[in-house]
Design a protein around this ligand. Structure first.
Ligand code: KIV
Length: 287
């Protein structure tokens, strides 16, 4: 499989071919994603909730993100990977943002970075883009600022709120982002954004009328059990399969159904030779 670049995604937009992407945080999920033929993978800071068990994304650090990006790269060497800038790694200044984005590329070997926010992070987007790094913007519902947004709430549902989302989209493109993710926004607004800006526009919970879709693996494959957002379609139920598998294992162990002979190693020398060996130990234990 040939690894795609941002130019391929721009071409796919021109050709009207939709992009399918998903989050992944570790080697096995990255490997499954590449085998299945996903167009790209986001190592989202949803890592904090889906894999690390934090209550939200705020505690995720650069170090944690880098370790997980490295694992994903090992599992999906031929897939375009986007590293998500964790909270605190870019808000302080454009210089800090660029330094952390550069660290992401050097240490985690990702192809692009994503950061949350519109107008308020445009200086950061510009600084990172000017360093020669592919930047994905992320507007609408932005989980890192869910405190300010009053929770994980859809944005752009009123004219005033939609104006803010559209202004953010225009500003993010102007600042140098090469793609835009819109989260938790009405389809009508996303559709309009896709018409007024030129970079690829992707949706997570923002309708179908754009250039592709992202879902979180924990949601769409049924691994995250705390809650399921309205916009998620579940394609598998890994939690159910895993719990049942573990239950079957427990039962087999307790009823001596596991291990079977085929799961055991066997001696290579004669039984007599082994009897002699065991005898030697028994005799020395008697001394
Ligand atoms: O961290 C993440 O997975 C994300 C998605 C919610 C878009 O940023």
């Amino acid at each position: 499989m040939k690894k795609k670049s941002i130019l391929d995604f721009i071409q796919m937009k021109e050709d009207g071919e939709k992009v399918a992407w998903m989050t992944a945080y570790d080697y096995p999920m990255a490997s499954f994603s590449e085998q299945a033929g996903l167009d790209m993978i986001l190592v989202g800071d949803s890592l904090g909730m889906i894999v690390l068990g934090y209550k939200d994304t705020i505690p995720v650090t650069m170090e944690e993100s880098i370790i997980h990006c490295q694992a994903v790269r090992r599992g999906a060497p031929n897939t375009f990977i986007i590293g998500d800038m964790p909270f605190g790694s870019y808000q302080i200044s454009p210089e800090v943002a660029a330094a952390n984005a550069i660290r992401f590329l050097k240490e985690a070997n990702v192809d692009a970075i994503k950061l949350e926010g519109g107008i308020r992070v445009c200086e950061q987007i510009q600084a990172i883009a000017e360093s020669g790094i592919v930047v994905f913007g992320h507007i609408g519902l932005t989980p890192q600022s869910s405190g300010v947004q009053g929770g994980f709430k859809a944005q752009g549902r009123t004219v005033e709120s939609a104006r803010a989302v559209i202004d953010d989209a225009i500003a993010v493109e102007k600042a140098g982002a090469m793609a835009l993710l819109v989260e938790g926004v009405p389809s009508e607004v996303t559709s309009f954004i896709t018409k007024v800006i030129n970079i690829p526009v992707y949706s997570i919970g923002a309708g179908i009328d754009c250039d592709g879709q992202l879902l979180i693996c924990g949601d769409m494959l049924g691994m995250f059990q705390e809650f399921t957002p309205k916009f998620v379609k579940k394609y598998a139920n890994i939690a159910e399969v895993a719990v049942q598998g573990i239950k079957d294992y427990i039962s087999d162990v307790k009823t001596l159904k596991f291990p079977e002979d085929k799961h055991c190693y066997h001696i290579k020398d004669s039984e007599d030779a082994f009897d002699k060996l065991f005898e030697e130990y028994e005799l020395s234990a008697l001394k």
